[in-house]
Design a protein around this ligand. Structure first.
Ligand code: NDP
Length: 269
């Protein structure tokens, strides 16, 4: 049996073992997938020990940036993201690092929600690791414009500057823009504290704008409640992104992409 794992701290809440078990059952792939709690001061040791036998790992909070440093090769997405969420051990022992978060987000919006990004005006709220991880795939999808909007404006400016050669991107503070957009993605951690980023409701064009919160919960997130109150055409949470990024990792490791719809339905159930 080929072994895989997700490594993080904390890790008890992780849905990844269930997701990959369902993928393996569906595709008939022979593998095991476990959750590993790495000590905060020894992610590298935990990773190396597992990969003596293991074929690959997913990496989650707070180790994605450390994983970037530890792998031997980076995919373009990982290179641009400055973070690695998927590692594959090649036959010669080389560690390949990828970042599938952004591909998962784009797939959830385009394929699952049927909302093509080409030509759209998009706002990305937040300038932390989650925001950085999704910018390259968002730009690759061909939006008319992508604006990184953050409470601390300097961080948005620094982040946008990393991608200026990749597509139409700019930076802004929360109170700088009031014109409505097609898509708002919340990549802040505000929802975790029950808060909503302090942006104008005028950014939502009632009945038109799609609002996407990268956080997921059993109930509507604070951002999605706010968006619905202001007339968003549709509100999505990040569970689809989680399943889609897992499917991208499974594809990298096993060469087969599972059907995500039944897995997402099982998780929602
Ligand atoms: P970071 O800590 O790196 O960044 C946090 C960001 O949120 C910063 O831009 C910060 O702004 C902003 N922020 C925090 N609190 C507030 C607030 N009250 N109002 C406005 N802005 C705020 O976090 P991450 O980027 O790692 O994670 C962000 C979110 O993305 C989390 O909720 C995480 O769960 C989610 N996520 C979901 C994934 C999925 O698969 N669905 C994958 C990865 C992440 P400032 O710079 O001003 O402090």
């Amino acid at each position: 049996m080929d072994r895989y794992a997700v490594i993080g701290n904390p890790i008890g809440h992780s849905k990844s073992p269930l997701i990959h078990r369902l993928f393996a059952e569906q595709t008939g792939e022979q593998l095991t997938y476990e959750a590993l709690l790495a000590p905060l001061d020894d992610f590298a040791g935990c990773l190396r020990a597992f990969l003596l036998e293991g074929r690959g790992v997913n990496v989650t909070v707070p180790f994605k940036e450390q994983a970037w440093v530890l792998v031997d090769q980076h995919s373009k997405a990982a290179h641009r993201a400055g973070a690695v969420n998927t590692i594959m051990r090649l036959e010669d022992g080389t560690l390949l690092g990828d970042n599938t978060d952004g591909k998962g987000l784009v797939r959830d919006i385009q394929a699952n929600a049927g909302f093509p990004l080409a030509g759209l005006k998009v706002l990305l709220l937040g300038a932390g690791g989650a925001a950085r991880g999704v910018i390259q795939p968002l730009l690759d999808a061909g939006p008319k414009h992508l604006c990184v909007v953050n409470r601390t404006v300097s961080k948005a400016e620094e982040l946008a500057a990393l991608f200026v050669d990749q597509g139409p991107i700019s930076a802004s503070g929360f109170d700088w823009i009031e014109e409505s957009v097609d898509l708002i993605i919340n990549a802040t951690s505000a929802s975790l504290g029950g808060e909503v980023p302090d942006i104008s409701p005028k950014l939502i064009r009632p009945g038109h704008t799609l609002c996407y919160d990268m956080m997921y919960a059993s109930e509507a997130t604070p951002f999605n409640r706010w968006a619905a109150e202001h007339g968003a055409a549709r509100c999505m949470d990040g569970l689809g992104m989680l399943v889609e990024q897992a499917a991208e990792a499974f594809l990298l490791w096993r060469g087969v992409r599972p059907d995500t719809a039944p897995v997402l339905a099982a998780l929602r159930g």
